[in-house]
Design a protein around this ligand. Structure first.
Ligand code: KG4
Ligand code: ZN
Length: 346
């Protein structure tokens, strides 16, 4: 069975083709991605209306590209999957509209996929896929959550951010330092040349005894520090970047270890854009090795938004559904869910 996946929740248009065969792990045949970063850079962040319009331009050529690469035609597609939410409403509507139109034209079932479930299951596309159950650290631009994952659709929220997401903390701090958008990779690159102990920045909720996060205060502390530095900011920017990264990474690391301790699980899956952060990966690898915990990551290029994770999540949902194709039906109307907690998924 071939599943075409379409991702358009934010500033990346992604399309992919995944093959589902029996009980084996679904395999990725091809995927293509167009990042709108260059377009949004001038505005210092994502402009929703521009994002929607650009998705319209990109999605069909990308779909053609993945079909050609995999040596398949539209008629070979058995299910069309798209990101139903959460994300930008207009951007989501593009993927949903195209997917449902394709489904109607081909008379094939269509599936709306949860974007975070896509991130969560993206490590199953790697050469070293995890096994259930595991603790998942979901760290993206909009979400920071720790989940207990017992299987596809069996997600228990252990803790989450009460304000900003980890990616947001990277992005907002980077903006304060004049590093532009998207801030995470830029801040992280600059941090390589800095001293992570140069500035004492807060580690919010580190000792709260819960698995919740808070990053809004950190951003304020970075702002105060940047103002204090004044003209010296330029010379000390790498140190401030390194100190900011160290604060975010320490909180993510300690809370992940607490979640593993509390659940007694020995497997950790890290997913979402911030999962691409090398410093976070190094620290998690060292700490988890010490505790006898296996850590799994998506491949680096599949950490940020992409179509492969959407096609994969749809394939794994179909595979886990013992009743067969009950979740995927031909549809002539559709909706999107800009706000959609993962725990509402069943
Ligand atoms: O998962 P994602 O592509 O989009 C959302 O669903 O939000 O994550 C994007 C986030 C952005 O905040 C970006 O700054 C952050 O991931 N990010 C990073 C790195 N690469 C991407 N943060 C820190 N270090 C990185 N290397
Ligand atoms: Zn994402």
């Amino acid at each position: 069975m071939l599943i075409l996946g379409i991702e358009s929740s934010c500033d990346e248009t992604g399309v992919a083709l995944v093959r589902l065969q029996g009980v084996a792990l679904p395999t990725l045949l091809s995927h293509a991605l167009y990042s709108q970063v260059a377009m949004h850079v001038a505005y210092g962040g994502v402009v929703p209306e521009l994002a929607s319009r650009d998705h319209i331009r990109r999605v069909i050529p990308l779909a053609r590209e993945v079909l050609t690469t995999a040596n398949q035609t539209l008629h070979d597609v058995d299910v069309v999957a798209y990101t139903r939410g959460p994300g930008l409403a207009g951007a989501l509507l593009v993927g949903a509209g195209v997917a449902c139109a394709l489904g109607a034209a081909l008379n094939k079932p269509v599936m709306g996929v949860h974007h975070l479930e896509g991130h969560l299951l993206s490590p199953f596309l790697s050469e070293d896929p995890p096994e259930f159950p595991f603790v998942a650290l979901l760290v993206s631009g909009g979400h920071t959550q720790l989940m207990r994952v017992d299987g596809v659709g069996h997600y228990e929220l252990l803790g989450e951010t009460i304000d900003d997401a980890a990616g947001e903390a990277f992005d907002k701090s980077a903006k304060l330092m004049g590093l532009g958008y998207p801030g995470g990779p830029a801040l992280s690159k600059l941090a390589e040349q800095g001293d992570p102990a140069a500035f004492k920045l807060p580690r919010p909720l580190l000792h709260s005894g819960t698995l919740d996060f808070s990053f809004a205060g950190l951003k304020t502390a970075v702002m105060i520090q940047a103002k204090k530095l004044g003209d010296d900011l330029e010379a000390r920017k790498a140190d401030l970047a390194a100190s900011t990264e160290a604060a975010i990474v320490e909180v993510l690391l300690k809370k992940s270890l607490s979640a593993l301790r509390e659940t007694g699980l020995k497997r950790l899956v890290v997913a979402g854009g911030v999962g691409a952060n090398q410093h976070l990966r190094e620290q998690l690898n060292v700490a988890c090795k010490r505790q006898g915990v296996r850590v799994h990551y998506p491949e680096l290029h599949l950490c940020t938004d992409n179509g492969a994770m959407i096609a994969m999540a749809a394939a794994m949902r179909l595979q886990s559904d013992e009743g067969g194709m009950t979740q995927a039906q031909p549809r002539y109307s559709f909706d999107v869910k800009p706000r959609w907690p993962l725990t509402e998924l069943v």
